[in-house]
Design a protein around this ligand. Structure first.
Ligand code: PHE
Ligand code: FE
Length: 296
């Protein structure tokens, strides 16, 4: 039995030391998951299902139910793919972990979502520093059944392929958009502000914090503002950006970004947590307890 990811090396980046994995896709070694690994899934699944009632947006909850994910066992990629293929023509591919930007973008541009095949250890239920199966499957896959969001993620992948050719500055600006939408986005609904970001729905603490804490800012979506905004990778976010609809996300990102990158590259980036004149402030954060480390 082998449930240890194949880590190739560590690489120093501006985000710290990051593990580099085999970049090919891998078969999900489903039969090799241990009882304890299925239990980690079950615990996290039950916990988040409960917390997300009334906190995650309907699109997330309903689409997750369509997959028939349950606490009984770690889902099989094959079973999820049947639903996903029929739904929005996306598919899941198994990977060892975080991928180089260009490989990741190419997957998304072709409607393939890379899912880490291994799951965190029982002592990492509340935090780990890189995506695992629970984050990828529970957090990302449900939203890919939403037709508009599914198209958005593909468009992002295509935009990534382009930004990668343009260079590091374009990539930084585009990555911030992914972070503040796909990973940590909130959406305004008739019932109130709800979560759609995958980084939030897969975290017990942040699912509550992002909506209920007075500490962080909640700001209306603004494409260029987001691209200039630094983010935290090792703590809860200081800013959450709130969209009005998934269509708004689609429409705002339609234009060619090349001239936008050129213009924004000349401007100063905005530190995480700082408000600016012109922000559509939904909630002004108290900023309590903020120190200034770990900003990207
Ligand atoms: N329109 C963007 C470009 O020209 C691509 C993109 C679409 C980026 C959707 C992000 C999200 O680069
Ligand atoms: Fe993610």
């Amino acid at each position: 039995m082998n449930t240890t990811p194949r880590r190739v090396e560590y690489q120093q980046t501006d985000k710290g030391s990051i593990p580099v994995y085999t970049t090919g896709t891998v078969e999900q070694p489903w039969a090799d998951y241990t009882r304890s690994e299925h239990e980690v899934w079950a615990t996290l699944f039950r916990r988040q299902r409960e917390i997300l009632q009334g906190r995650a947006c309907n699109e997330f909850i309903e689409n997750q139910q369509r997959f028939g994910m349950s606490p009984d066992a770690i889902p099989k990629f094959q079973d999820l793919n049947r639903v996903l293929k029929a739904g929005t023509n996306w598919e899941i591919v198994g990977v060892e972990g975080l991928l180089p930007d260009d490989v990741f973008f190419d997957h998304l541009a072709n409607r393939r979502f890379p899912v880490t095949w291994w799951i965190r250890k029982p002592e990492q239920l509340d935090y780990l520093s890189e995506p695992d199966l629970f984050h990828d499957l529970f957090g990302h896959v449900p939203m890919l059944l939403n037709p508009v969001f599914a198209d958005y993620v593909q468009a992002y992948g295509r935009g990534g392929v382009k930004a990668h050719k343009l260079g590091a500055e374009a990539l930084t600006l585009l990555t911030r958009l992914y972070w503040h939408t796909v990973e940590f986005g909130l959406i305004n609904t008739p019932e109130g502000v709800r979560i759609y970001g995958s980084g939030i729905v897969s975290s017990r603490g942040e699912s509550i914090f992002c909506l209920e804490s007075d500490v962080p800012n909640r700001i209306g979506f603004d494409l260029e503002r987001i691209m200039l905004t630094q983010y935290k990778i090792d703590t809860y976010q200081r800013n959450y950006f709130v969209i009005d609809s998934f269509q708004q996300l689609m429409d705002a990102t339609k234009p060619d970004f090349t001239p936008i990158y050129a213009r924004l590259a000349k401007l100063e980036s905005i530190p995480a947590g700082e408000l600016r004149p012109g922000d559509r402030v939904i909630h002004r954060g108290t900023g309590e307890g903020w120190s200034d480390t770990g900003t990207t």
